[in-house]
Ligand binder design. Sequence first.
Ligand SMILES: Cc1ncc(C[n+]2csc(CCOP(=O)(O)OP(=O)(O)O)c2C)c(N)n1
Ligand code: SF4
Length: 316
Amino acid sequence: MERRSYRTDLWIDWCPGCGNFGILTAVVRVFEELGLDPSKTVIVSGIGCSSKIPHFINVNGVHTLHGRAIPFAMGIKLANPELIVIVHGGDGDLLGIGAGHFVALGRRNIDVTVILHNNGVYGLTKGQASPTLPLNAKTKALVKPNIQQALNPIALALSSGYTFVARGYAFDGEHLKNIVKKAILHKGAAFIDVLQPCVTFNDIFTAEYYRKRIYRLEDNSSWNPIVEKPEDRTIKLLKAIEKSFEWGDRIPIGVFYQDTTVSTFEERILQRIKIYLEMSPAKSSIAEDGGRSVIDGKRFEEIFRDYIVDVEGTQQ
Ligand SMILES: Cc1ncc(C[n+]2csc(CCOP(=O)(O)OP(=O)(O)O)c2C)c(N)n1
Ligand code: SF4
């Protein structure tokens, strides 16, 4: 069988040597290996160097507003739960302006994969300090050292409720590919913090810096991040949070946490609206040909019959 090509032929305007290339390659290889249907796969991004990625991959793509990739992705997934939905964004996009949405996705545990291109700077707008750059760090793009504390993306994802949390490195392609694959196959909100050298504006977190420090969690045979029963959740979560603060001489990559015992938001909706999957919003007409919205009272009543409460507060 001929291998499907997921790359568009658009010219890529990332700087030569940028870590985004490694992420693009890893994602495309996963799509090839899984043989994803391009019409059922959607990449959603905000604004930034990293957010140009939907243009380079031959599946459905939406290049949205700065910080708004996650709400678009949540809407797409809930409107059509059959789709595979993947968000790409920078640390400025997802953890600065978009931080509230980042937390909301974790709390809901919607089956969406978020891939953070973590370069410690706002690349597209010329290197300002982003939410992951440590306090007092001074990159060549900054006039003075950074005046703000850094966020810990892994700890934030874990405490927000993401049920798959991992870290990859843009230039460890095989390892990153395996993580992306696991994240896409995971049922629930998945987050990957990808260390992505920005060769133009960040002269601290370079490939050389990471090469000396990165190690793989799975090389330690006692590391088991998978929650198999709800009773194990707290202990595994605490171990993962503790591990997420390891940053300095040694930087772990790999899966920090995976919990398949938590219901997804889609499953919770299904419990309340039995025909959600057959009649998800994407399968229901919302407007007439002329654009006038359609409110089908009968169908509405069918769905919400058990939930309609009259003004006196008695259930109908
Ligand atoms: C509401 C809004 N604020 C600010 C901007 C300007 N802006 C565009 S990209 C960007 C930062 C991108 O940085 P990051 O998200 O870290 O992505 P990178 O370019 O590093 O991949 C900013 C501030 C914008 N487009 N919209
Ligand atoms: S500015 Fe940085 S993040 Fe943007 S393309 Fe260049 S190297 Fe990559």
